[in-house]
Design a protein around this ligand. Structure first.
Ligand code: KIV
Ligand code: ZN
Length: 514
């Protein structure tokens, strides 16, 4: 295959997916994911939206200067200050890109921007020209392209290429397109825009109708050569096109598509799990390519077939995407070295202190569970290695529940180093524990979502709880894991409150400590 058949893989997990309520990341967490994306060998990392906050500016700046390999991109609206902030954050970086965008559909122009087509066209051209003063690599997105009048779209694309855009991205912002229409749109642009070959055509699809990956692949088939996507398909609303699905479709059906890409597919699984942990978003078991069931054959006929000849019912091997075929099971006799080694294979490179912390917890779990699986280890790491200061730490939890009993809970917390104990009753033991925590912390946070899942199978399995809470207009998600699901629930709630405390700088009135 020639160079023209190579697809540029553009990851926007740290920008588009990070906008998801409850999934925000600290700068350090962003750095960790960016380093892993570099190991995955994506071509471009969209690291953030520098004008949106000082944290985003700092994250883009550090990623652009410290993460080696991929091009690092910062997003900017077509306004001078945004371009300036993006340019400043990328200044001096080895491979910088500015990505500037503006809505071009009439719905956007009339309903939100209140501007004419001419005004928007001028703003787009001005932004690309301004961005060119900072770096040669400039991407332009006519947002809501799939609902934009095709002739106006061609006009904007032609003008922004003329102004110096080197990549033209076609976003299906609201996930409205269907595959054939998407293919036709790319064909139309290629026929109608004279200088289209001076830029790479990119595709950026949202998954509102579950068609993001299909639309992206069709666009590539019709001549797009950059795919914008996110790990685990995370993103606004129903999410973005899943990187792992696009990459494996290109790899497994390379002949059909006549395409290839440079992604190191064995890093897909570790990357997926790292993002899931840090963004506190569980990967569905049946998720294509990297879900826990993606390689599990349960029907007798399929099991028989796979045992005789793998290709009968498997189109890719678990190893291709980084799932180890031999599940290594650690026990209480396993040492720190084995733990560190296994965690590294799972995508987690920890410091010595972090390994010590994880090892202590691992021994507690191994004592209760006998065998500790990869999923348990990932839950332990998610629980112990946090990048958020622990304002509230759970010291003690006691619950009483049962048929004909009023469920009650007593919690003892360490709050900013001081002990505080409270009791409460509730509808069930989790509710009672949450009420006791509310009393102890003085929080007014509301629980918006609560989910529990067994990390592995069997009654000894660790339970992992994710809880989404809202306070002062901020929504954040906490996560906790334990073999005791009430304890996991309490830890998840406290994790969310700790994140809220950092995000909102909330100073609560704490009743006198005991
Ligand atoms: O979905 C979208 O249109 C975007 C743009 C900023 C490219 O994310
Ligand atoms: Zn988007």
């Amino acid at each position: 295959m020639s160079d023209q058949d190579r697809v540029v893989v553009f990851d926007t997990t740290l920008r588009d997916a990070e906008q998801t309520p409850g999934s925000s990341l600290t700068v350090r967490e962003k750095m960790e994911i960016a380093h892993q994306l570099a190991r995955l060998k994506v071509d471009v990392i969209e690291a953030g939206f520098p004008a949106s906050s000082n944290e985003d500016f700092e994250a883009v700046r550090r990623i652009a200067h410290e993460v080696e390999g991929p091009t690092i991109c910062g997003l900017a609206r077509v306004v001078p200050r945004d371009i300036e902030r993006a340019g400043e954050s990328l200044r001096g970086a080895p491979h910088p890109r500015i990505h500037t965008f503006v809505g071009t559909s009439d719905i956007n122009l009339q309903g939100q921007l209140r501007k004419t087509r001419d005004e928007v066209l001028k703003m787009a051209v001005g932004a690309v020209q301004q961005a060119k003063a900072y770096c040669a690599d400039v991407e332009f997105s006519p947002m809501d392209a799939t609902r934009t009048d095709p002739d106006y779209l061609c006009e904007v694309v032609a003008a922004t290429i003329e102004a110096g855009a080197t990549t033209i991205n076609i976003p299906d912002t609201v996930g409205y397109a269907v595959p054939e229409q998407m293919g036709e749109l790319i064909r139309y642009l290629r026929q109608r825009v004279a200088d289209i070959d001076r830029a790479v055509i990119s595709i950026h699809c949202h998954d509102d109708l579950g068609l993001a990956v299909a639309n992206s692949l069709t666009a590539l088939k019709y001549g797009a050569r950059q795919a914008e996507c996110t790990i685990n398909g995370l993103g606004e609303r129903a999410g973005n096109a899943a990187l792992e699905e696009i990459v494996m479709a290109i790899r497994i059906r390379g002949e059909y598509f006549g395409l290839r890409c440079g992604v190191e597919t064995r890093e897909l699984f570790p990357t997926s799990r790292l993002v899931s942990r840090l963004m506190r978003c569980v990967v569905p078991r049946n998720k294509a390519v990297i879900g826990a069931n993606a390689f599990a054959h349960s029907s007798g006929i399929h099991q028989d077939g796979v045992l005789k000849e793998r290709s009968t019912f498997e189109i890719m091997s678990p190893q291709d995407v980084g799932v180890e075929s031999t599940q290594i099971v650690l026990t209480a006799r396993s040492g720190r070295h084995a733990l560190r080694h296994r965690l590294e294979q799972l995508g987690h490179t920890l410091s010595k202190e972090e390994v010590d912390k994880a090892y202590e917890r691992f021994l507690e779990v191994a004592d209760k569970k006998t065998e500790v699986y990869d999923e348990d280890l990932l839950a332990i790491v998610g629980d112990e290695i946090r990048d958020v200061p622990e304002k509230y730490h759970l010291e003690y939890l006691h619950t009483i529940s049962g048929t004909g009993t009023v469920p009650s809970a007593t919690v003892r917390l360490l709050i900013d180093g001081q002990t505080k104990q409270e009791s409460a009753w509730g509808d069930g033991p989790v509710d009672a524990a949450y009420r006791a925590i509310d009393k102890a912390t003085g929080t007014a946070a509301k629980v918006e979502e609560y989910a529990i899942r067994a990390v592995t199978s069997g009654s000894q399995a660790m339970g992992e709880v994710t809880v989404q809470v809202k306070e002062q207009g901020r929504t954040l998600t906490g996560r906790g894991a334990s073999t005791d699901i009430i304890e996991a629930s309490a830890k998840a709630y406290l994790d969310a409150l700790n994140r809220l405390a950092v995000a909102t700088g909330i100073q609560r009135q704490h009743p006198q400590a005991v």
